[in-house]
Write a protein that binds this ligand. Sequence first.
Ligand code: ADP
Length: 494
Amino acid sequence: MNSTSGKEKDTIENQLWFDPSLCFIGNQWLPAKSGKLLDVYDPSTGEQISKISRGDQADIDSAISQAKFALSNEWGNSTAVERGRILYRIGQLVLENTDRLAFLEASDVGKPLKQAKADVSALARYMEFYAGAVDKVHGNTIPFLDGYTVYTLREAHGVTGHIIPWNYPMQIIGRSVGAALAMGNATVLKPAEEACLTALAFADLARQAGLPAGALNVVPGLGTEAGAALARHRGVRHVSFTGSVNVGKQIQTAAAQNVVPVTLELGGKSPQIVFEDADIDAAIPYLVNAGIQNAGQTCSASSRILVQQGVYKEVVHKMAERYRQLRVGPALQDRDLGPLISRRQKSIVEDYLEKGRDLPIASQGSIDADAPNRGHYVVPVLFSDVPPDHVLAQQEIFGPVQVVIPFVDEGEALQIANGTDYGLVASIWTRDGARQMRMAKKIRSGQVFINNYGAGGGVELPFGGTGLSGHGREKGFEALYGFSQLKTVAALHG
Ligand code: ADP
């Protein structure tokens, strides 16, 4: 392998040590059975940079056979300690390949290099966390009738399916595939057709780290083909999906036909709530960054900023100042924001901007003058004085657009915060401890942060939503419970 520093002159060919036009099944690189391919485009330039396979039902069938093979062989008989050691080695290989993985992600997804590097580091952290956690997942003994001994065992589901989006491939592989492998499941991963390169790279690193054949299989392809085939497959015993609400409903419906559990993480309209007694200067970077990170293409993006009347003008003014400094440019130039993933995503965001034409624009950023014309760039926009029921304050945009909404008191803040169909992340900015506790309890959300947002994404923190944001939890120990099932053993011995 050649080692590079991820500089601009690097090319995809230099960075790829595997053939991305193949599927990874049973630790082997295989062409899709149909022989069909899909083009890979760089969102920063709009240029084609590679090809991936267009896997379908036949390839998913092979992947599931290989996963079953793994379960009835070495992988199925492995101990928690053995799996932990393999995961740890995968994490180390991921770290050793930081520059290369970050370059692939930046080129494939349009993510600024430093954000891509942060994703690599998060992927390694997931491996380390699950490596260290998996031998601490204990069952219980249950006091019961005289003459019985009762205990519980945590066991793998079997074959697990993982259908992931394009916005954070490495992080989502870490939190979902990492936890599933830790618990001894054999996994089949269908990455998003827009972003397969790091998923394939990860699979090869896992192979190098000693993961037995069939424990991880990667089938690139379209959602309606490979994705749908995986979600409905009778060999799959658990489906984990991160993506849009509409597809999430289809996944749940498909999995229901086989009566298997699903974990759905479907995005949000996450609020940050700023009270008059907050440390405003500490809050401002979080208020803005949580909205524009990854060009707003983040499930847990904070797209609604609720501000109490007395500090409303100050907060809008300070956020606006920051927005004016935001620069958008090619991922490898490492600006504040890269392009959006695709032309389609760009037109979705532009449609929303059009729907907001009646709203005051507090500020916006700028696109580099020499950014390639065919890149999918949009200017980040901050809207102020937005009515809470406006479409921009209700629907997930998945682009760098934030709305600021004024409120009078705690009751109104809560009503607005809970006034969408989503509930993924929320944050409260106040120095009042009692209010922190009240609000944290009453906000409908899978995570609540107090005087911060996201806590740096800690892999230890259970994550998932309520309402249209989905159900089930990934990250932390909760993921290990989710990717396993409980067996109760009751022995009558007199
Ligand atoms: P987005 O709209 O942000 O691209 P999607 O929900 O469409 O998000 O995609 C997330 C993941 O779901 C991708 O891997 C995609 O290929 C997959 N997918 C899309 N449609 C289906 C489907 N009908 N069945 C299974 N997977 C799908």
